[in-house]
Design a protein around this ligand. Structure first.
Ligand code: FAD
Length: 546
C-alpha cells in the first residue's frame, strides 16, 4: 500500500523537478545563444528562460522558507506547494509549446515535469480544497502579514507599520487625489527615525542594519502609500550605492551622512526624452568649464521622468562627458547636481552666472506625491568636486548607475510586495462586508480561491525579495537577484491589485476605495529601473546564459 507524500515532500518533488528542468533549459539556451552572446537573435526564447528561471528561484525560496524560518506560519506549506505546482503546470505547457524553439525533445517534459509523481504533486498542490482553505484563512485574519522574521527586521516591521498607520495613512488618499507633494513634515519624521539610513554604513552616519531591514521598511510604507512614503527611500538608496561603489572617501564623508539623515532629498536623472532603456547612448552633455574662478562642468540637454526632481536638493545625473559616440557607456559620468528645492509641478532654477534648470512634471494616473519631471539643463554649472569619483570617476558613471539600479530594483521588490499586501488586506475586508445573493461574497468558493492564490503569490514575491536583500548583504555587486525580485514582484503587484479590484466590483473603480489607487500605482512598477524586457534580456538572461 503506497502512502501519500506529505505536503513538504510533494513540494520538494516539484522544486527538484523545476530545478532539473531549468538546468537543462539553461544549457540548451546557452548553447543556442552562443553562451549569451547572441541573445538578441533569440529574444523570445531568452525572455522565456529568464522568466522561468525567476519563477523556479521563487518557488525554491518559498519552499525553503516554508520548511525553515516560516514553518510556524499558518498554511505556508500549502502556499509553497501550490506555488510550486502552478509553476510546474505553467512551465510544462510553455516548454511543450516551445519545444522546437528551445531545441528540446517533446519527451523531455515527460521525463521532467510530467512524471507520474510530479503530476500527482501538481494535482495535490492545485486542488480547489487547498487553495480555498488558504483563502478562508486570509478572510479570518483579514490577510494581515505576520510572517516570522529575524528579530531586528521583525521589530522594524512593527515600528514602521505603526508609523505608517499614524503618519501616512491619514494623508495618503488626499495626496493621490490632489496630486500633492509629500509633506516636508513626513520626510523630517522619517529622517529622525533613521528610515533613510538603514542600509548606509554606520561609518557614514547610517544605521548599518543591512538591506533586509531597509526592504521591510519600504514594504510597510508602500502598503500605505507607494508614492507618498514607500518610494522615498529608493532615490537616496540609489545614490548611496553609487557613491559606495565609485565615490571618493571625501565624497562619501560629505554626502552620505546628510542622505542617511534625510536632510538631502535626491532625484535620479538618467532617462531622456529619446533615450530610455538604451542608457549607454544617452546624449545630455557635461563639458569642462570654469565659472567665477571655479573649475567644474556645464550641463546641457534634456532629461525625462526624473521623479522628485522638484523637491530634491540634489540630482544624481548621468551625463556624457566624452563626445565620442563610439565610446557608448564608457563616455558617461555621474554627477551630484545641487539645486534648490521647489514645491509644485514646475520650477525654474537660475544660477547667478546664467545657467538654468527648468522642470515640468508630467501628469500620471498614479504614483502621485513625488511628481516625475521633464528637465532642461541650459549651461547649468556643476562644481568639479561633484563628479562622483572625481577624475577617477570619468567614464565610469554607467557602472555606478548600474550599482544604483540594482539597489533600486531591490527596493521595487519591497515596494511591490507592500502594495500587493495592501490590496489583499483591503480585498479581504471588502469580501467580509459586501453581501450579494444573501451572503458575504467572501463565503463564495471562487472568492476564497482567488484570495488563496493572491496570498500565495504575495508570499512568494516577499520571500524572493527578502532572499535578494540577504544576497545583496553578502555581496553588494550582484545584479541577478535584485533584477529577479523586481521582475517578479512587480508582476505580482499588478496582478493582485487588479484581481482585488475585480473582487470589489464597481466600487473597485471608485476613487473612494483605496484599491483603485493601488491599481494605478502598481502599473508603473514593471516600467521603471529597467522595463521588463530589459531586465529579462540584458540582466537575467545574460547572467544565466553567459
Ligand atoms: C512614473 C515614472 C517614473 C520614473 N522615474 C524615473 C526616474 O526617477 N529617473 C529616471 O532616470 N527614469 C525614470 N523613469 C523612466 C523609466 O526608467 C523608463 O521609462 C524606463 O527605463 C523605460 O524607458 P523608456 O520609457 O524610454 O522605454 P523604451 O526604452 O523606449 O522601451 C519601450 C519598450 O520597447 C521595447 N524594447 C526596448 N529596447 C528593447 C530591446 N533591446 N529588446 C527588446 N525590446 C526592447 C520593450 O518592450 C520596452 O518596454 C520613470 C518612468 C515613469 C513612468
Amino acid at each position: 500500500m503506497s502512502s501519500q507524500p506529505s505536503t513538504g515532500e510533494a513540494t520538494a518533488t516539484l522544486v527538484a523537478a523545476l530545478d532539473r528542468t531549468l538546468e537543462a533549459v539553461v544549457a540548451k539556451g546557452s548553447a543556442r545563444t552562443n553562451q549569451g552572446k547572441d541573445i538578441d537573435s533569440h529574444q523570445p526564447q531568452a525572455e522565456r528562460i529568464a522568466y522561468f528561471a525567476t519563477e523556479v528561484r521563487t518557488a525554491k525560496y518559498l519552499a525553503d522558507y516554508a520548511k525553515g524560518e516560516g514553518a510556524s506560519e499558518p498554511h505556508i506549506d500549502d502556499m509553497a506547494l501550490l506555488f510550486a505546482a502552478e509553476m510546474v503546470s505553467k512551465a510544462a505547457g510553455q516548454l511543450d509549446a516551445h519545444a522546437d524553439d528551445l531545441g528540446i525533445a517533446p519527451s523531455f517534459i515527460d521525463e521532467t515535469l510530467a512524471t507520474p509523481a510530479v503530476r500527482a504533486a501538481v494535482r495535490a498542490g492545485m486542488s480547489d480544497a487547498r487553495v480555498t482553505a488558504i483563502g478562508r484563512h486570509m478572510l479570518e485574519t483579514k490577510g494581515v502579514n505576520n510572517s516570522p522574521l529575524e528579530e531586528m527586521a521583525s521589530m522594524t516591521r512593527d515600528t514602521v507599520r505603526q508609523f505608517a498607520a499614524s503618519e501616512v495613512a491619514p494623508i495618503a488618499e488626499h495626496i493621490h487625489r490632489h496630486d500633492d507633494l509629500v509633506p516636508d513634515s513626513l520626510i523630517a519624521k522619517m529622517g529622525e527615525l533613521g528610515f533613510f539610513g538603514m542600509a548606509v554604513p554606520e561609518a557614514y552616519g547610517g544605521g548599518g542594519m543591512g538591506n533586509l531591514v531597509m526592504i521591510v521598511t519600504t514594504e510597510e510604507l508602500s502598503a500605505v502609500s507607494l508614492a507618498a512614503a514607500g518610494s522615498l527611500i529608493t532615490r537616496p538608496e540609489i545614490l548611496t550605492k553609487a557613491l559606495l561603489k565609485g565615490g571618493t572617501d571625501q565624497q562619501k564623508a560629505q554626502w552620505l551622512p546628510p542622505i542617511a539623515a534625510g536632510k538631502i532629498m535626491v532625484g535620479v536623472s538618467v532617462t531622456e526624452p529619446d533615450t530610455g532603456s538604451d542608457v549607454a547612448s544617452l546624449s545630455c552633455r557635461a563639458e569642462p568649464a570654469e565659472r567665477d574662478g571655479k573649475k567644474g562642468w556645464v550641463v546641457n540637454g534634456a532629461k525625462a521622468w526624473c521623479t522628485f526632481a522638484g523637491r530634491a536638493n540634489v540630482l544624481a545625473l548621468l551625463a556624457r562627458t566624452d563626445p565620442n559616440p563610439k565610446l557608448g557607456a564608457k563616455g558617461l559620468s555621474m554627477f551630484i547636481v545641487p539645486k534648490d528645492s521647489f514645491p509644485g509641478h514646475a520650477f525654474e532654477m537660475k544660477q547667478p552666472a546664467g545657467g538654468t534648470l527648468n522642470g515640468k512634471a508630467d501628469a500620471t494616473p498614479g504614483y502621485r506625491g513625488m511628481h516625475s519631471f521633464t528637465l532642461m539643463f541650459d549651461n547649468y554649472f556643476v562644481p568639479g568636486e561633484n563628479l562622483i569619483g572625481e577624475q577617477g570617476g570619468l567614464g565610469k558613471g554607467f557602472y555606478m548607475q548600474m550599482a544604483g539600479f540594482a539597489a533600486g530594483r531591490l527596493q521595487t521588490g519591497g515596494r511591490s510586495t507592500g502594495l500587493a499586501q495592501a490590496a489583499l488586506q483591503r480585498t479581504c475586508e471588502y469580501a467580509i462586508d459586501r453581501k450579494q445573493f444573501g451572503k458575504p461574497i467572501g463565503q463564495y468558493g471562487l472568492t476564497q480561491y482567488k484570495l488563496g492564490r493572491m496570498a500565495t503569490h504575495i508570499a512568494a514575491s516577499r520571500q524572493l525579495t527578502y532572499a535578494a536583500a540577504r544576497a545583496v548583504d553578502e555581496d553588494e555587486s550582484i545584479s541577478l537577484e535584485p533584477a529577479m525580485a523586481k521582475l517578479y514582484s512587480s508582476d505580482v503587484a499588478v496582478w493582485v491589485t487588479q484581481e482585488g479590484q475585480q473582487l470589489h466590483g464597481g466600487w473597485g473603480y471608485a476613487e473612494e476605495f483605496a484599491i483603485s489607487r493601488y491599481v494605478v500605482d502598481a502599473t508603473v512598477l514593471p516600467i521603471f529601473e529597467g522595463v521588463k524586457p530589459i531586465l529579462e534580456l540584458k540582466v537575467i538572461a545574460r547572467n544565466l546564459l553567459g
